[in-house]
Structures are given as structure tokens and as C-alpha cells.
Design a protein around this ligand. Structure first.
Ligand code: ATP
Length: 374
């Protein structure tokens, strides 16, 4: 557990970077500090590992004031990941990662073995171990940065804008990778970002800071989206927070229809059906595309004249947001539901999804917490 107890940081020139911060980061959870530039996110983060000392109040790690601990010893239990990875340019990837275990007194061989193991954990194979940082992509460098921070297996991980220097696609990959790692490692993580979407994707809890280093709201992502504390938080969350909230609605209960689903060889299905749009599948019930029954002549093999099936969703795994998105983008206005192996379970129209959202939203607002889904 990390506790900010009235933590304040006033720099010698009088700038108040952090103003009376009170919050707790429970052990094994991921908290995100988010807010506009200059609102004290980095300073707050650095108060945890004593890279910035509070001028008033306290920061406690597992109940002990960090100021009572030797900074070097304190930092052994706290991994630190920064933007651009901060790797040593003249050391190979494996040596970069092995640095921390070496500092902790492990033999060269042990440190190297640990480094290779952690590199694999973050998705980097042995073939990259002998390269220098400049010979890696930005995303790979960030992974090395994460591996280096994990090499000493610290219970706490501080991450300062870890993914902001990579392109949006790689950034999404790294975010998913971090969530996967966290589901296995359950570290206590504090991550700084200025990107509210990243905060909502990654955080078990999100601390929104406002200029002047004041905490505006500390809440779970769904609480932020449903009940922002004030106009500043609502404005920071953006205009589409209602749509983003749908990421917390499970799609497992969406009512699916199977009547519009037909096999490619079953051309007679067109005359039997009242549906305008028929989802045509192959023999294994995989979606091939949409057949528009108003196009006139019906071919022998329906597979010949189809509109693309669009992105499918997996009920239970994906959220209602994914299902709605699939329906909006579908030429037929219907989302295709598939099982984990890609076989069609049924379809649902955008209007039906919207009707379920209304019901779920009422239920949720009355009762309870939501679980983030893909
Ligand atoms: N060493 C310093 N001396 C004086 N003021 C500082 C110092 N470091 C940071 N500040 C100021 O403290 C405030 C908070 O800075 P901090 O870096 O913590 O904010 P941030 O939210 O992380 O910003 P960004 O998103 O731009 O990185 C800013 O006004 C900054 O100018």
C-alpha cells in the first residue's frame, strides 16, 4: 500500500507542484495519475521513491514514511520506467536488464539468466538480447525499459508516461501487454499519463489532478465516467464519456437472433426469409458476409455477392461498446456475434443493442460496479 498523507511539494522558487495530496494505492493494484501538463503528476510519482521530497505531509509505503528509509534501499523495491525507456545506449539489451540484478549482488551468469527470463516475459525473444537500444524499435525499447524495472522483482512499479513516445498502434499493444503482465504479477503500480483514455484503459483507480497540484477526483474509471466530481473532471473526460462507459457493459446478455444466418449453399433461404439482410456463413459457420435480399436475382451460391461481414464481437469477452461499434460499421446495421473460434452465434441490430444499453444503464446506475472489458 502506498499512502499520500497530505503530501505537498513546493519547489524553492515557490511553485506548488503538489498541494495536500491524500490518497491510497492499494497493494497489487494499478493507479493512474492523470491531468493536464504541469499539474504535478511526475512530482507526485517521484515523491514515492524519494526523487522528490515532500515539503509537507508524508508519503508512506506499507505504513512506513519513505523519509525514514535509505533512498537506495527504498528504490530496490520500486521499479521505475520512464518515457523513451532511458536505456544505457552502449550496453546491449540483456546487459541493460541485467544491470539491476548485478547491482543487487547476483553473479553475471545469474543476472543474465534473470534478464533473459524477464525479457521473454515482456515479449522479447533471445534474438534481440544482443542488440543495442538504437537497434530496436521504440516499442521494443519501452519493453526493455519495463523488463529492466521488473528485473529485481520489485513489489512496486512507477511508470512515468511509459508509452507516450510510441505510435498509437504500438501504444495499444503495450497497454494490453501491461494489463496481461499485471494480471499475472499483481504489482502495486502507479502510472503517470496525460491521456485519459490510457488512464481508463489501465487504471483500477484513476487520480485526476488539476493545475496547482490539487486532486480533483480519485475513483475507479467507471465512477469517473458515470459521476465526474465537477466540470473540470467532466471536461477532461471529454464529450464521449457516455460511449466510453459502454466498455464496462458486458455483451454476454445481448439477445442474439439466428434467423438471418444462412449457409452459403442454401440459396432457397432467401425466399423463405422476411429479412432484408442475411448473414451468409461457410460450412463451419464462419461469417462470409451480408447478402442483401433486395438486390434482385438470387445466385445459386450466395457466397458470390456479399458485403463484408465487418468486425465481429465475442459475447462475454467483449463489451457492449464493441458490439455497438460492430453494428454501426456493418453495412446491414447488425453486429455479428461469434464464439472464441470465430463461428457465428447470431446477430443483433444496432437498435437492439441500444435498447439493451438503456436497460443495463438503469440497472447499473442503481446497483453496482462494472467490470472493464475489451
Ligand atoms: N525542479 C523544479 N523546480 C521548480 N518547479 C518545478 C520543478 N519541477 C517541476 N516544477 C514545476 O512543478 C509543476 C508540476 O510539475 P510536474 O512535472 O510534476 O507536472 P506534470 O503534471 O508531470 O507535467 P507534464 O505532464 O508536463 O510532465 C510544474 O509547474 C513544473 O513547472
Amino acid at each position: 500500500m502506498i499512502t499520500f498523507d497530505g503530501g505537498e511539494k513546493r519547489y524553492p522558487d515557490g511553485t506548488v507542484a503538489v498541494d495536500g495530496l491524500d490518497l491510497e494505492v492499494p497493494t497489487g493494484t494499478l493507479t493512474v495519475f492523470v491531468g493536464p501538463s504541469g499539474c504535478g503528476k511526475t512530482t507526485s510519482l517521484r515523491m514515492i521513491n524519494r526523487m522528490a521530497e515532500p515539503t509537507r505531509g508524508r508519503v508512506l509505503v506499507n505504513g512506513s514514511d519513505v523519509r525514514d528509509q535509505d533512498p537506495q534501499i527504498l528504490r530496490r523495491g520500486i521499479g521505475y520506467v520512464i518515457q523513451h525507456a532511458g536505456l544505457f545506449p552502449h550496453r546491449t539489451v540483456v546487459d541493460n536488464v541485467a544491470t539491476v540484478p548485478r547491482l543487487l549482488g547476483r553473479s553475471r551468469k545469474q543476472a543474465r539468466a534473470t534478464a533473459l527470463e524477464v525479457l521473454e516475459r515482456v515479449g522479447l525473444g533471445e534474438e534481440l538480447a544482443g542488440r543495442y537500444p538504437a537497434q530496436l524499435s521504440g516499442g521494443q525499447q519501452q519493453r526493455v525499459g519495463v523488463a529492466r524495472a521488473l528485473a529485481a522483482d520489485p513489489p512496486i512499479l512507477l511508470m512515468d508516461e511509459p508509452f507516450s513516445a510510441v505510435d498509437p498502434v504500438v501504444r495499444k499493444e503495450l497497454q494490453q501487454e501491461l494489463l496481461r503482465l499485471q494480471s499475472v504479477l499483481a504489482k502495486t503500480i502507479v502510472l503517470v499519463t496525460h491521456d485519459i483514455d490510457e488512464a481508463i484503459t489501465l487504471g483500477d483507480r484513476v487520480a485526476v489532478l488539476r493545475p496547482g497540484g490539487v486532486l480533483a477526483q480519485y475513483a475507479t474509471p467507471e465512477e469517473l465516467l458515470t459521476t465526474p466530481a465537477d466540470d473540470f473532471v467532466a471536461g477532461f473526460l471529454g464529450v464521449d464519456r457516455g460511449v466510453r462507459l459502454l466498455s464496462f457493459f458486458p455483451s454476454g446478455d445481448l439477445p442474439l437472433r439466428t434467423e438471418p444466418v444462412v449457409a452459403a449453399g442454401d440459396a432457397d433461404a432467401v425466399s423463405r426469409s422476411d429479412e432484408r439482410w442475411l448473414l451468409v456463413t461457410d460450412d463451419a459457420r464462419r461469417p462470409l458476409g451480408w447478402f442483401d435480399s433486395r438486390t434482385g436475382a438470387v445466385p445459386q451460391d450466395l457466397a458470390g455477392e456479399l458485403m463484408p461481414p465487418g468486425r465481429a464481437f465475442v459475447p462475454g469477452r467483449d463489451s457492449v461498446r464493441t458490439a455497438l461499434d460492430a453494428a454501426v460499421l456493418s453495412p446491414a446495421g447488425h453486429a455479428v456475434a461469434v464464439d472464441e473460434s470465430g463461428c457465428v452465434l447470431g446477430v443483433i441490430s444496432g437498435e437492439q443493442v441500444a435498447a439493451v444499453i438503456r436497460t443495463q444503464h438503469h440497472g447499473r446506475s442503481r446497483s453496482g460496479t462494472l467490470r472493464k472489458m475489451s
